[in-house]
Write a protein that binds this ligand. Sequence first.
Ligand code: GLU
Length: 504
Amino acid sequence: MTERPVRVRFAPSPTGPLHIGGVRTALYNYLFARQHGGKMIFRIEDTDSTRFVPGAEEYIIESFRWLGIDFDEGVGIGGDFGPYRQSERRDIYKKYVQQLLDAGKAYIAFDTPEELTAKREAVPNFQYDAHTRGEMRNSLTLPQEEVERLISDGNQYVVRFKIEPGEDVHVNDIIRGDVKVNSSILDDKVLFKSADQLPTYHLANIVDDHLMEISHVIRGEEWLPSAPLHVLLYRAFGWEDTMPAFAHLPLLLKPDGKGKLSKRDGDRLGFPVFPLEWHDPKSGEVSSGYRESGYMPEAVINFLALLGWNPGTDQELLSMDELISQFDLAKCSKSGARFDYVKGTWFNHEYILKTDDEKLAPQFGAILKENGIEATPEQTSEVVRMMKGRVSFVKELWPLCKFFFVAPTEYDEKTVRKRWKDYSAQQMRELADLLSALPDFSMETQEAAVNKWIEEKDYKLGDVMNAWRLTLVGEGKGPHMYEISSFLGLDETLRRMRKAIEVL
Ligand code: GLU
């Protein structure tokens, strides 16, 4: 095959929220396009009007905006090959359906749904194909005048692809190699329906891939069974020279590896299977999304990129740029990729660590605000800096960090029993005096003075620090003591210490 510019497409049907597997498919297309300096096209395949769901298209666009996957051409963007929404391309498809009819590669069939059902009931494993089409009501069995009369009388019909039996069809798949299927097992697929004057997925998909000069079709494994038909369609049109290369990506499997990942697994185990929260317009049901659950888009990208491919090294944290340069379509696995959602939270933790505190601060600031706390951006970043190493999600900071902003009103009983000794009140009084006499309240000054005092008095460092923590935090958690006291400042530190001395 001749080398041609890389043009790939992501072509969802707007039948609901984008599944996380679809996001992975789009990501692999994106990585491949960017790696080859190619184009990434966003096409909406909405020829099945019965499955159209309002809001789905907008949802998909918003998902990619959030994830940072950008398209070069398509719905909402434009480009030289538009329109990119299939429902706006009806006339184009009609022309190509006619071309197949004229060439005798497709035929018109009048069998009603009732007739087909009856046939299926009468003949086990009935398939509309070379062996049975001769017994059906179609343009191959009916006289020409009858066909014309049926159409002009307004009878509904479909156009079926006439598959020649007994031939090995080869799908050349970048991931799976040569996939061979005998045409005898394929049925004469419906390509067009008179009822809505619309093509089916198969025809529209092939015509558009051809007209939009798609070079590589990268899509989920669930489309592999359609690929032999697509190869035959390319041939029927005489387009074999520009047939795209195929790559069918491995399935995403349930977390336990048994079977295909489903929304139910997410509900059962508590992880999202959609990029954004989805509000079902019909049922009103709300499904959780990665964005609303507090994932960073970079973490989701990194996590998904490694479900079905890896760089062949130990490196797990890869930026988009690194993914673009290292991704290798040919090295994707054939077997399914287990959806290890716990690993997804690990990625988020790692990306929180990598992200600047100032960048995370607004998100934490919003949570503070929700809890009625007014904090400066500096205070917010400072707490993020001290505590982000302990969380996988920014929202987990609040229960851990509340004490920075709210003085304890009670003291954890267990900690009191263990840490508050007979002499603790006395030690805290001395410590308070010492702190208030310091020339400044920097961590270094505090630490030097406190250490000196502990040494002189022959106190135990652990005793002092544990009791002090209890007075400031109300329990036994938190970062280093001097980080806490410096954040609180001298006045608040003393206030909390005095209160504890009084109460305990
Ligand atoms: N419209 C199909 C989908 O919803 C596209 C499949 C393909 O990429 O060929 O995934």
